[in-house]
Write a protein that binds this ligand. Structure first.
Ligand SMILES: *Cc1c(COP(=O)(O)O)cnc(C)c1O
Length: 387
């Protein structure tokens, strides 16, 4: 069958592919340990699940307003105001079926064919594909492990052309675990304001910053920046609600309205019950998030300590998110061959960096138990020793 041309530019999500292979092997009874997961391993909070039951019983199972129920849009505004001191009105907020959907919609609404979208590399797998699907051109900007994977003003300037329209920031970053601190953001902001770029700030890992670092959104630096920035966030990573598919974005009201229209003709509203669950989750005491963070920080340290003993692996110490991005040049293998070998020989699933734009790295998720981290990395240490 003749398939539309635009699909030839996009590839299947490598993350999902490898994790599904690992799941298959596990189902066959193999002792698979997976560091592939891009989701917290905790259960969804109990009060959030109870809200779903309550909604079902009350018959809250019909269409809602396309852009989200008013109480959720208001809860999102309250969150931005309390956590980041950012003032948004409900008309600046649209609820979508996951942050991925928020990003997809945003790029569809902003990007014309030929527009260039600047993407710091390593990047989250879906950014370039979303740009291709909108007919735009992704332009990769390198960042270096030795520089903490921070986007510098110099590299940003070097990538800008008259066609540059959007810059995507993702701090804390998936896959690197790198963050952009206020001083980094200020340097980037200076370039952005001079060149009229639109900013998309993917802040889905805002809850996961270590070493007492605080999350800063570029939108909070100046009113001029806030006007040009779209903050994307969602319930998946902060509240273990990946399957419930609620994401949101905040920014310019005109663009937000257009996204509502796009949803009118594509998905309609995000799932009614999930929206109510999101309201319940956003009302949880802040201690919920700090408790989760403490557990992840312990795992982060454990994984880093263990990886020090793996010959040929040079881990980048993450300051945020829940991944360890690891230089594997010392193994003499490419990322895909290495991940295949680790899965087949050691039953350990790790994601090849190639899908994030760096074949010199692999990505470990530490969203798994301490027991699994211990055993899984020990298998890799042993594999590297024998090699
Ligand atoms: C997980 C993730 C998302 C999307 O999350 P949703 O489940 O769609 O809300 C977006 N950006 C990054 C960087 C992610 O890791």
């Amino acid at each position: 069958m003749k398939i539309a041309e635009r699909m030839s530019l996009v590839s299947p999500s490598a993350t999902l592919k490898l994790t599904s292979k690992a799941k298959e092997m596990k189902a066959k009874g193999l002792p698979v340990i997976s560091f592939g997961a891009g989701e917290p391993d905790f259960d969804t909070p109990e009060v959030v699940k109870e809200e779903a039951i309550r909604c079902l019983k009350a018959g809250f199972t019909k269409y809602t307003p396309t852009s989200g129920i008013p109480e959720l849009r208001e809860a999102v505004c309250k969150k931005f105001s309390e956590d980041q001191g950012l003032a948004y009105k409900p008309e600046n907020v649209v609820i979508s079926c996951g942050a991925k959907h928020s990003l997809y919609n945003l790029i569809q609404v902003l990007c014309d064919p030929g527009d260039e979208v600047l993407i710091p590399t390593p990047y989250w797998v879906s950014y370039p594909e979303m740009v291709y699907l909108a007919g735009g051109k992704p332009v990769m900007i390198p960042t270096m492990q030795s520089e903490g994977f921070r986007l510098t003003a110099e590299r940003l300037k070097a990538a800008i052309t008259p066609k540059s329209k959007i810059l995507i920031l993702n701090s804390p970053s998936n896959p690197t675990g790198g963050i952009l601190e206020e001083k980094d953001l200020k340097a980037i902001a200076e370039v952005v304001l001079k060149t009229n770029l639109i900013l998309i700030s993917d802040e889905i890992y805002e809850n996961y910053l270590y070493k007492n670092l605080k999350h800063v959104s570029i939108a909070s630096l100046a009113e001029e920046l806030k006007k040009r920035t779209f903050i994307v966030n969602g319930m998946s990573k902060s509240y273990s609600m990946t399957g419930l598919r609620i994401g949101y974005l905040a920014g310019d009201a005109e663009v937000v309205k257009k996204i509502g229209i796009l949803q009118d003709h594509s998905t309609s509203n995000p799932t009614s019950i999930s929206q109510k669950m999101a309201v319940a989750a956003l009302a949880l005491p802040k201690t919920y998030r700090s408790q989760v963070l403490a557990i992840f920080d312990k795992r982060r340290k454990q994984m880093l300590d263990l990886l020090l003993r793996a010959k040929g692996f040079k881990a980048f110490e993450p300051e945020g998110a829940f991944y360890v991005f690891c230089d594997i040049q010392g193994t003499g293998m490419g990322s895909e061959a290495l991940c295949e070998e680790l899965l087949e020989k050691e039953n350990v699933a790790v994601i090849p960096g190639k899908s994030f734009g760096s074949d010199r790295h692999i990505r470990f998720s530490f969203a798994s138990s301490e027991k699994d981290i211990q055993e899984g990395v020990e298998r890799i240490i042993e594999w590297a020793r024998k090699k």
